[in-house]
Design a protein around this ligand. Structure first.
Ligand code: SAH
Ligand code: SF4
Length: 348
């Protein structure tokens, strides 16, 4: 799309910012409600379709703003129904989103950055390095583009920010996108249906504690001791496990809410009975749930997935100790759509 650089992409504005923008050129405040509904509920892609706005207003809008869109370059479908969408951004960079059907749910996994700076040793996105952050509109357009491909009666029920990138390293844009995911005039997802997954960037976690946090938080733990975590996730040297757990202990969760801890299982590295017992110990007192993710292997990754038996034993120790532990079935592996496999590459 060829757009003049001074024009504002309306999908980069929060509801409050959109209202200010409209008021600043003499429009009524309620206009923002109308526009939000067109953009996110109806999913229109041009001002002409906003038929409850006068022709004059639509023309004015198109002179100062524009509507960005995304369309998939490729859609791949795995046998289990998981679909991977590859998108090309305006600057040629590529990102991926993954749509995961489950019995009653249809979960969309979104990217928040092109690549990732944190270089976790088991993750292919990490191997790419960080290219750039996504704008708010690039995050939201993934939802709109995927939704457009669905039959009318099929709705996305859950959003997880677990695709390419570290959402808290792109704090402002991600939080603005989450605000729009929840907003009654935009996507209307309840706070329980949006999950943000992070390696645990402490300064950003501190900021979250101060702001109104309206999503489920998942923290990628992946180890139960400092040494192993530092080996697997270099960021642990800066923000160690101990400090993350302290933050979790102090975070005022709403009643019934829990923090999800993700634990990628690596054969012979973090999957022993001692690891499970230590995990129980360090999570004591934190309302938590553990997602065990058996490693999705790749030639570039120097680890193996443990046997099913080993994973089940690990789960059992956690459950016996009173922790809810779920083994996250790996979806979409044969199309490289599973956790940690996203690299923004087209199919071979
Ligand atoms: N950067 C964020 C969100 C994206 S990664 C984070 O790390 O939390 C989403 C999840 O995929 C993380 O829990 C991560 O530990 C997991 N993951 C990464 N590589 C994986 C792999 N090869 N196999 C299984 N899970 C992986
Ligand atoms: Fe980045 Fe998350 Fe992959 Fe680590 S696991 S490299 S933080 S995307």
């Amino acid at each position: 799309m060829n757009v003049s650089s001074e024009k504002v992409d309306l999908k980069n504005l929060s509801p409050g910012e959109l209202q200010k923008f409209l008021v600043s050129f003499g429009k009524e405040r309620y206009r923002s409600t109308q526009i939000l509904r067109w953009l996110y509920q109806k999913g229109v892609e041009s001002f002409e379709e906003m038929t409850n706005l006068s022709k004059k207003f639509r023309k004015e809008l198109s002179q100062i703003s524009y509507l960005s869109t995304l369309s998939p370059l490729y859609i791949e479908q795995a046998r289990d129904g998981t679909k991977k969408f590859l998108f090309q951004l305006e600057d040629g960079n590529r990102i991926e989103s993954v749509l995961i059907p489950d019995k009653t749910r249809l979960t969309l996994c979104l990217s928040t950055q092109v690549g990732c700076a944190f270089g976790c040793r088991f993750c292919l996105t990490g191997k790419m390095g960080w290219k750039r952050d996504l704008s708010t509109s690039e995050i939201l357009n993934q939802i709109l583009a995927v939704r457009k491909t669905l039959p009318e009666k099929r709705a996305i029920t859950n959003i997880v920010l677990m695709g390419m990138g570290e959402p808290l390293a792109n704090f402002e844009n991600t939080l603005r996108a989450i605000e729009l995911m929840h907003h009654p005039d935009a996507f209307k997802f309840s706070s329980r249906r949006v999950t943000l997954s992070t390696v645990g960037l402490l300064p950003e976690l501190e900021r979250l504690a101060k702001e109104h946090i309206a999503f489920r938080l998942a923290i990628s733990l992946n180890a139960s001791d400092e040494k192993t975590r530092s080996q697997l996730m270099p960021i642990n040297r800066r923000y160690p496990l101990k400090m993350i757990l302290e933050w979790c202990q102090n975070f005022p969760l709403k009643p019934r809410d829990r923090i999800t801890f993700e634990y990628v299982m690596l054969d012979g590295k973090n999957d022993s009975a001692e690891d499970a017992k230590r995990l129980l110990k360090i999570l004591k007192g934190i309302p938590s749930k553990v997602n065990l993710i058996p490693l999705n292997e790749a030639p570039e990754i120097p680890f193996k997935r443990p046997s099913e038996e080993k994973v089940r034993q690990f789960q059992e120790i956690l459950m016996k100790g009173g922790l809810t532990a779920i083994i996250r079935a790996s979806k979409g592996q044969e199309i490289s759509a599973a956790c940690g496999q996203l690299q923004g590459k087209p199919p071979p």
